[in-house]
Design a protein around this ligand. Structure first.
Ligand code: TGC
Ligand code: FAD
Length: 392
């Protein structure tokens, strides 16, 4: 792969709106990606393997629980810092950002928000340091966009719960130490349970043959009469709103992360277009290529402003789920379109692993699907503005 010469576009001087802390956090993540991700990621993606050696680095840049209070091992940062960290990591690879998103927003967040003090003390510091890795089990083979239909269930056996069912498409599952699993009780109410590796009847087979997010490990969570201690139930929120609340946090991070992937594609295409000579001049001098590049920087700038404003609203606890959906949908769609255009600017070279664009493009096919598909987020906006539910 080519050396990482990335220079971040900032067409509307967004840096002027960031605090010194935001810039320090962002620059540390950016440097780490250049040093520890860019040189290895193509190789791991080609081999469809998660680079486990990066876990310590992710913890060091604050990617595990950026906004979780420091007393629990988190970085205690604000929501804009969290977004900037996700942007920089996804600039390197969406699969690496997935690992961080799941750990922070889908495992640490529910334990912090819905767990007991004992659960927070037991799990959060180990998850923040990367000593333990987590996964989040919501999706099932027959329930993706409609998780409320899940069939995974648990029964109260007096001194423990008995968990049965299966989850599919679970990031980090093949190597997770703990899984936050959403299951129905005997009354059909959804609750979160913390399942630990080693519990009898719990297995995590890996899903192979992915053409997307290849450097991220994806798998199943299978529960066959798993005895879960009663102390592992997350007691402080139940119902579908509990997992959906975690998704709000992860979707917000993705809205920023997608900007990173788009910036990398744009920056690569711009550099290539200025260097590649055809018909006696750089292809960047041709109007058709300028149109592509000009539209890319326009869309990136709009996405940056959307994410920044959403970050301000999140910091003030005012961001609605529908606002988050709009940003996730818009920014991932923006990134996938930029990846496709950028790949064309590189001509044949664009399909090779010499450049990051094709990997980003394939990764973004997962990003536009998980955490609520492109369609589902449109329907969330539709419901919000009309008051009419088009889901069912
Ligand atoms: P609905 O009746 O609308 O809502 C049920 C209850 O949930 C509440 N609620 C929310 N609460 C918090 N945050 C949100 N975003 C919420 N959206 C809804 C709602 O108020 C209600 O509460 P209550 O108290 O009245 O019961 O539910 P529905 O069954 O009609 O479904 C709505 C729909 C389709 C929007 C929702 O289910 C959905 O978002 N589906 C998409 C599923 C999804 O995003 N799955 C993601 C799985 S995790 C993943 O992909 C991780 S990838 C990680 C990575 O690698 O980065
Ligand atoms: P479906 O729900 O079957 O949807 C198929 C198509 O139908 C989509 O185009 C969808 O938009 C459309 N559709 C569905 N319902 C409607 C409707 N009402 N109106 C209009 N169109 C509709 N899940 C987890 O729980 N944890 C994870 O860690 C996790 N990681 C993932 C990692 C990867 C790489 C991938 C690919 C997925 C991951 N997921 C995870 C699952 C992901 O959230 C689901 O794939 C996603 O929610 C969509 O569900 P589905 O694949 O079953 O598609």
């Amino acid at each position: 792969m080519k050396p990482d010469l990335f220079e971040a576009p900032d067409y509307y001087n967004l840096d002027d709106l960031l605090t010194e802390e935001h810039k320090l956090v962002r620059d540390a993540a950016r440097e780490w990606v250049k040093r520890d991700i860019s040189p290895i990621i193509e190789d791991y993606a080609q081999r469809a393997e998660f680079p486990k050696q990066i876990i310590n680095g992710l913890a060091e840049i604050g990617a595990f629980g950026p906004y979780i209070p420091e007393e629990y091992g988190g970085a205690g940062l604000d929501q804009i810092s969290y977004g900037l960290i996700m942007q920089e990591i996804e600039r390197g690879d969406s699969g690496v950002r997935s690992t961080a998103s799941v750990q922070s927003s889908l495992v640490m967040y529910p334990i912090w928000k819905y767990g007991t003090e004992e659960q927070r003390q037991k799990y959060l510091p180990k998850l923040a340091s990367g000593e333990w890795m987590g996964s989040f089990g919501l999706t099932e083979p027959d329930h993706g966009s409609n998780p409320g239909g899940m069939t995974t269930n648990y029964k109260d056996m007096g001194d423990h719960y008995l968990l049965n069912g299966a989850k599919l498409w679970i990031s980090n599952s093949p190597f997770c130490n703990v899984a936050v699993v959403w299951a129905k009780n005997e009354e059909g109410r959804i609750n979160g349970l913390i399942v630990e590796r080693g519990m009898e009847g719990f297995s995590t087979p890996e899903t192979h043959n992915k053409w997307s997010l290849r450097a991220s490990a994806t798998g199943e969570l299978i529960f066959q009469d798993v005895k879960v201690p009663k102390a592992n139930l997350l007691p402080n929120k139940s119902g579908l709103g509990a997992p959906l609340g975690c998704l709000d946090s992860a979707r917000y991070g993705i809205a920023w992360g997608a900007i990173g992937a788009a910036m990398d594609c744009y920056d690569t295409a711009l550099r290539y277009a200025k260097e590649r000579i055809q018909f006696g001049k750089p292809i960047a001098a041709f109007q058709l290529q300028q149109k592509k590049l000009a539209e890319m920087i326009t869309e990136i700038t709009k996405a940056q402003l959307l994410a920044f404003r959403l970050g301000q609203l999140k910091n003030e606890n005012k961001a609605t789920s529908a606002q988050i959906s709009m940003a996730k949908r818009n920014n991932v769609d923006m990134a996938i379109k930029i990846a496709r255009e950028a790949r064309q600017i590189l001509g044949g070279m664009g399909i090779t692993g010499e450049y990051s664009i094709m990997r980003h493009m394939m990764n973004l096919e997962s990003v536009i699907t998980y955490e609520g598909t492109h369609d589902i987020h449109l329907l969330i906006t539709g419901l919000d503005i009309t008051g009419l539910n088009a889901f069912k």
